[in-house]
Design a protein around this ligand. Structure first.
Ligand code: ZN
Length: 207
């Protein structure tokens, strides 16, 4: 395949990018300087070489020789080990961190579950979440906060998670909570400002 077509094809598969935009990206690159292109190519290689998935929370992180297989948050002993927050995507986690309202641990599901999905366990890291919850329970975990967008798909996923986590609650010793609805009805973590997120985390409730 000719390189223009091949690259257009890649960009088309980016979230929110259509064929026309994909082509525009390629022509933009064609007009860029050789240095820019080389730098971009190096950045792509570096992604593959230096970015790993954390074995604790499953977010992407920059692997350094010193910190093993855990990201800086999971490796930080000063974080509150009594609370685990479950989010859909890395961007949600970053946004919550920026609001500095939460000091516990995280888990990144990788996705949400489409409403008509027949095999939900294939869409999200549910087995990994259950294992992580069990492991953290040994070091004092008391609450799992499900922090998903308040969209139909987010709500659907929250219900699924509640069902799956219920057997681990040990007669109420482990609480499961959901984010407060926030200041507006449709909370979307990726696009919410810090005040909205703070409000939603502080007003979390048990379903
Ligand atoms: Zn981590």
């Amino acid at each position: 395949m000719d390189p223009v077509k091949k690259l257009t094809h890649y960009f088309e598969h980016f979230p929110g990018i259509g064929p026309r935009q994909a082509k525009r990206f390629v022509y933009h690159l064609l007009k860029s300087s050789p240095e820019t292109l080389r730098d971009l190519a190096n950045s792509l290689t570096a992604l593959q070489r230096h970015i790993r998935t954390c074995t604790g929370c499953y977010r992407f992180y920059e692997a350094k020789a010193s910190n093993g297989t855990l990201c800086a948050i999971c490796a930080d002993n000063a974080r509150d080990a009594t609370t685990l927050m479950v989010v859909a995507k890395d961007i949600d986690l970053e946004n919550i961190e920026r609001s500095s309202v939460f000091r516990g641990h995280y888990f990144v599901l990788g996705n949400t579950i489409p409403i008509l999905e027949k095999s939900p366990e294939r869409k999200i890291l549910i087995k990994e979440l259950l294992n992580r919850t069990l492991a953290l329970q040994k070091s004092g975990l008391q609450e799992v906060v499900i922090a998903l967008n308040s969209t139909p798909e987010g709500d659907h996923t929250s219900e699924y998670l509640i069902e799956r986590l219920k057997p681990l609650t040990d007669g109420g010793k482990l609480k499961i909570s959901l984010l407060g609805k926030g200041l507006s009805t449709g909370l979307e973590l990726e696009y919410s400002d810090s005040d909205t997120i703070k409000h939603a985390v502080k007003n979390r409730f048990q379903p």
